[in-house]
Design a protein around this ligand. Structure first.
Ligand code: NAD
Ligand code: UDP
Length: 325
């Protein structure tokens, strides 16, 4: 992205966790932002943060039905709309498939119409339960095409495919990132992801819920590192997928130990059954992003968790309601 020049950026999923951090960064950098969201997994309070900003505009819409934008010429369309936590996408499997399929196509068509660049938020889930470790972008993955997670994994695989098709066949200038587990302030308290669960359980003094034996691994990226990687990728021309994640890998038992150390060492652990098709290991190979963007995540887990915990402590009851209702 030419940061010297103010851009007009439309972002779907603007009321979500990652979307709201992008809106904040783009406004701070002097750009104009149009947010679009239907609140299926987002929060009205994330829109309220920016509503009075003179360079922010919000459209409440289901982007799977279309993107009702009629304003000035866009420079970028960023497609971040999609339920992202396993409990959310498994509650809304059809909507998740639709936003990855129709939603992505509506975003691509809008970009085509405006001569804008298109940016897709894909996911490490395209690697499924990977047999290659760590995962480079060249790995095609090991995905159950019809299991409980398939509504998300396959939607994103289709989204990548249609993005590359619009690039190859229609000349749309596209970017694709594969985001690995990312956390930070403004995650929904009830999103069911492991960091939100552990931190909220710890703050309430409840046992931490370990699914399965706790030996499965994830690599957790603080949201500011992700946002920096996204902004850098907008500044270069590159169409193949790029992994954005923190390569430091933790078992869920190790994560629980970090949370206990930061919040309350007395906390108990309680074991619950592993969800079906739960990936056993996940860790990004980030050499592509390092070479292309001179980017490396900078915020270690313990530091990011402290910031996140402080934000969760202050947060109002997080129940998808307007700020003053
Ligand atoms: P989120 O659920 O907090 O945000 C997604 C937003 O999209 C929500 O505000 C939701 O209401 C909105 N949305 C969903 N379907 C929509 C539709 N049809 N029309 C309009 N709005 C719609 O999730 P997040 O963690 O912020 O994830 C954002 C994006 O990043 C998603 O595309 C997700 O797949 C991707 N991603 C996130 C992570 C992560 O760890 N957070 C990891 C991999 C990929
Ligand atoms: N997990 C857990 N306890 C929880 C929530 C999740 O042990 O309270 C596990 C889950 O089974 C998975 C890992 O933590 O192995 C990451 O889960 P999350 O839902 O955060 O992300 P994803 O599975 O999409 O990577």
């Amino acid at each position: 992205m030419n940061t010297a020049q103010p851009q007009t950026i439309l972002i779907t999923g603007s009321a979500g966790f990652v979307g709201s951090h992008l809106v904040e960064r783009f406004l701070k950098d002097g750009h104009s932002v149009i947010g679009v969201d239907n609140y299926i997994s987002g929060q009205r309070q994330n829109t309220a943060l920016f509503l009075t900003h003179p360079r922010f505009q919000f459209l409440e819409a289901d982007v799977s039905q279309g993107i009702p934008y009629t304003g000035q010429t866009l420079d970028w369309v960023l497609h971040f709309a999609s339920p992202a936590s396993p409990p959310h996408y498994q509650e809304f499997p059809v909507e998740t498939l639709m936003v990855g399929a129709q939603g992505t196509q509506h975003g691509l068509e809008l970009a085509l119409k405006h001569g804008a660049k298109f940016f897709l938020a894909s996911t490490s889930e395209v690697y499924g339960d990977p047999h290659v470790h760590p995962q480079p972008e060249s790995y095609w993955g090991h995905v159950n095409p019809n299991g409980l997670r398939s509504c998300y994994d396959e939607a994103k695989r289709y989204a990548e495919a249609i993005t590359m098709a619009y690039h190859r066949a229609k000349g749309v200038d596209t970017r694709i990132i594969r985001i690995f587990n990312t956390y930070g302030p403004r995650m929904r308290a009830d999103d069911g992801r492991v960091i939100t669960n552990f931190v909220h359980q710890a703050l309430r003094g409840e046992p931490l819920t370990i699914y399965g034996d706790g030996q499965q691994t994830r690599s957790f990226q603080y949201v500011d590192d992700l946002v920096e990687g996204i902004v850098r990728l907008m500044g270069v021309t590159y169409h193949e997928p790029v992994n954005l994640g923190n390569p430091t890998e933790f078992t869920m038992l190790e994560l629980a130990a970090v949370v206990r150390e930061i919040i309350n060492p007395e906390l108990a652990l309680v074991y619950q059954p592993a969800p079906s098709d739960d990936p056993q290991q996940r860790k990004p190979d980030i050499s592509r992003a390092q070479g292309l963007l001179a980017w490396t995540p900078e915020i270690p887990l313990a530091e990011g968790l402290k910031i996140t915990t402080a934000a969760f402590r202050e947060d109002r009851p997080n129940r998808n309601e307007p700020p003053d209702s």
